[in-house]
Write a protein that binds this ligand. Structure first.
Ligand code: FRU
Length: 468
């Protein structure tokens, strides 16, 4: 394999080809499963490319290995095994619910025609070695009449003996919504309700997720078609959550929509609860509809997932904290020198910063192309033309920055501010062609800064070895 300086050390990426949404996240019988939208051998798909799923599994979320493709498009999902989720039964069987996409002749994006969306169930009783036949639960003719042909991405969960499903939808009046279904056996489903905001909020909601945190219902979803506003909705599609009031079985009211991530690359996250009771979310570090020409496509692969993030509710916000297991990959602790300089020899590191005064200004330079800056009021992540592939800056308003955690990994950067209250995720493409040394410069007077290099996780180590 050609040496590829942008392959990642501790973020999941496709072995080759294209990756988008995380799917089917779960822990079953002590094994963690991370499925994802996958198009093997097709790094830069056009809209008609049939996506399938890829599968990573392992004893924790660090020691994962690639298990291949669980199923391929057939009749029910001819043009794509689209996004979906996992439900683990009491006997450890994993039920995978997903959308089977069928594109008809003509404009398959036309909203009243052009595609069919089947809701499909596949089971694996042996941890992903073998899978059942695909079972069609319901499909386009069964969705409510006021929905367009865009209905997809089932997220399924169980409360006591009742199963629930939430699906994302685009309604005939061009507003986004979610459909809730209920079932007693996970196979026969009945529409419970359609839920949407009082005023239309985008034309389509993709990849919904529904869960409770400290007893409060949370609806996470990805609205498309929101107008950019100062400091909000800066990407071509958005991803965030609303805290809801009211009970799932009745009408629910939406609290303010908060974006999960203020960076360039974050979309379609999914969460699950592991056996330790942690609610863990993983996002796609990318966005649909080609927001820029990702240069890794020329090297045969495109996109990656974020690190797993534990969600913690604090007041009316949800904080995101990288899973603690990542610390096991740390090596060679160091601190910046007297001039604030620090080198990451393999462009992969984990850096913790405690600022002396939350109101003070600071900046952090990463190589020549990336700068993170705070002026006491606004955080600015700036990429130069080449490093950002034409993407320039992202901003967030912050009333003080107490601490920061920077996860640097070759061509991705995740920035967690104030214990994960504000997060920026972005891909960046520095010139690592001759070596991957990343020179950093911290202008953060009085801050306490600790840095570690990160070793590759086993699933990714192979790519480093192949290069040698
Ligand atoms: C979100 C999405 C989903 C769909 C999948 C197809 O990125 O558009 O709505 O199921 O990607 O890959």
């Amino acid at each position: 394999m050609k040496r590829d300086p942008w392959r990642l050390a501790y973020h999941l990426m496709p072995p080759d080809g294209w990756l988008n949404d995380p799917n089917g996240l779960c822990e079953a019988n002590g094994v963690y499963h991370v499925y994802f939208q996958y198009a093997p051998n097709t790094p830069a798909p056009d809209g008609r490319m049939a996506r399938t799923w890829g599968h990573y599994a392992g004893p924790d979320l660090i020691n994962l290995s690639f298990k291949g493709v669980p199923f391929w498009p057939e009749t029910l999902d001819r043009d794509g095994c689209y996004s979906g989720s996992a439900l683990v039964e009491d006997d450890g069987t994993i039920d995978l619910y997903y959308t089977g996409n069928i594109k008809e002749a003509g404009d398959y994006d036309y909203i009243h025609d052009g595609r069919l969306s089947n809701t499909i169930l596949v089971k694996t009783a042996d941890g992903g070695r073998t899978y059942s036949d695909k079972h069609l639960l319901f499909g386009t003719p069964d969705y409510p009449k006021d929905c367009t042909r865009h209905v997809r991405d089932p997220k399924v969960w169980r409360e006591d003996d009742q199963y629930y499903m939430v699906l994302g939808a685009r309604m005939n009046d061009d507003s986004g919504a979610v459909l809730f279904y209920e079932s007693l056996d996970g196979v026969s489903w009945r529409l419970l309700k359609i839920e949407k905001t009082g005023e239309p909020f985008g034309y389509m909601w993709e990849c919904p997720d529904y869960f409770e945190m400290d007893g409060q219902p949370v609806l996470a979803f990805c609205p498309q078609g929101l107008e950019a506003e100062d400091f909000c909705f800066q990407n071509n599609h958005q991803s965030g959550y609303s805290l809801l009031s009211g009970d799932l079985r009745g009408k629910q009211m939406f609290g303010p929509f908060r974006e999960w991530d203020m960076g360039f690359d974050f979309y379609a996250p999914q969460s699950f609860v592991d056996d330790r009771g942690r609610r863990i979310m993983i996002g796609w570090a990318g966005l649909p509809d080609k927001p820029y020409g990702n240069p890794t496509a020329q090297r045969g692969w495109e996109n990656c997932l974020t690190v797993p993030r534990v969600l913690i509710k604090k007041g009316n916000r949800i904080l995101q904290k990288p899973i603690s297991g990542l610390k096991r990959l740390r090596k060679n602790p160091s601190r910046p020198d007297g001039e604030g300089r620090l080198t990451l020899p393999d462009a992969s590191g984990d850096i913790e910063i405690a600022f002396a005064d939350p109101a003070s200004s600071w900046d952090i330079q990463m190589g020549e192309g990336v700068c993170l800056h705070y002026n006491g009021c606004i955080v600015r992540l700036a990429l130069d033309e080449k490093t950002g592939c034409g993407r320039d800056e992202r901003l967030a308003r912050l009333d003080g920055v107490r601490n920061a955690r920077l996860l640097v990994d070759r061509s991705i950067l995740e920035i967690y501010l104030n214990d994960g209250e504000t997060v920026f995720t972005t891909r960046y493409y520095a010139d690592f062609e001759t070596d991957r040394r990343l020179e950093m410069k911290f202008n953060c007077a009085g801050a306490d800064i600790y840095a570690w290099e990160m070793q590759p996780m086993p699933a990714n180590k192979i790519y480093d070895e192949e290069e040698n």
